[in-house]
Write a protein that binds this ligand. Sequence first.
Ligand code: PLP
Length: 483
Amino acid sequence: MTSQADHDALTSSAYAQALEVIGAVEPRIAEATRAELADQRASLKLIASENYASPAVLMTMGTWFSDKYAEGTVGHRFYAGCQNVDTVESIAAEHARELFGAEYAYVQPHSGIDANLVAFWSILAHRVEGPWLQKAGLRGVNDLTEADWEALRRELGNQRLLGMSLDAGGHLTHGFRPNISGKMFHQNQYGTDPETGLLDYDALAAKAREFKPLVLVAGYSAYPRRVNFAKVREIADEVGATLMVDMAHFAGLVAGKVFTGDEDPVPHAHVVTTTTHKSLRGPRGGMVLATEEYAPSVDRGCPMVLGGPLSHVMAAKAVALAEAKQESFRTYAQQVADNAQSLAAGFTSRGAHLVTGGTDNHLVLLDVSSYGLTGRQAESALLEAGVVTNRNSVPADPNGAWYTSGIRFGTPALTTRGFGHDEFDTVADLVVQVLSSTQPGTTKAGGPSKASYVLGDGVADKVKAASAEMLDKHPLYPGLDLA
Ligand code: PLP
């Protein structure tokens, strides 16, 4: 067993040497890598979809597994020599099944979008293609004539998907028109209650009854509340829909047992998709969990919509999932949720307006229109002061999806650095200082601008100094010294 000091020294020397090796080939990349660490260390990272993976997870991605092709599934590959990839994929899937209590786990998707594509096409394969082939008396797609293809394609392209609208907090892949999900399906969207900003289950049920979707998608990117997935499953069952939950944002809270019972999507959904790099704190990637019923079609992710899996990332997923099984991850996940409450309370006590009035997950959505700003202006002013966030639509946003009226804040990253209640209260104070000191700017022609802004003199420096004090007390990768 190595001591923490030994472990830190090992990590520092491994990275220092790796950067030397990289620098010998392309010094500018080694330099940019060092600069990225310095920037991440020096900024208040409040982007709800970002985190800091452990050095073990990061290092796992930098190996020769990157070089191996392994299309197919464990034990059934289209390439020779995949025995070690089989090992890492099996371990990652085993951890995922155990951690989430899932009947089946598919760890190949390269990202959240890929995981959703796998899910959509698995559902179409299971619910549409399979029964259609059976009815036509055909064994598989290889038996189709040109006329059969035409008919099957029409059938596959004529299905309905109901998802949460983007301005209510849903994701692009949940049926947003510019995304493929809004084109390959007849799509319809549900929103939130205009008064409370909360998910209205009765309105969702009414829409589902009227629209009769094949796929009902729950899950979100910017909804600051928990969802009762048992209720959503009841709605799906009533209308004969497959329930797909995209837990990309809150997978860490599910893994850490903050969301249990009706708030845990895994026992209620037919198919659950996720990213592995947000609150789950793993490598960038995606994953699909499914019931036994959907497992065979999900297993066909490659070749259905995926090519060769990223074996090095699957290995890193296994390491991250092993970390998420530890007791300390539960403490972390609870702290993420507690910190979001502290941040929300800090904003509210300083007069800021929050969508839904607060939070009970890991994110807070601040409506910046009361400061006379667009989300774009607020995001830029905050960045100038070293506060990294992203602008986001609010329900029925008058400024649309580009300029927006909101700023989304998330607690997973700074919680990884060890921030607690007091620090998040200070964060709220700093953010409010910036927003109250920012004025909308003008266009070159002198008209009102939705993008330019003017931040009061000295505010950025003052906020950066206050942030630096907190960040210094909670260093990122504390033992990592590249000097
Ligand atoms: N699903 C949800 C709910 C998300 O918030 C995101 C990313 O922000 C994704 C899917 C897509 O993930 P990725 O960027 O890994 O494709």
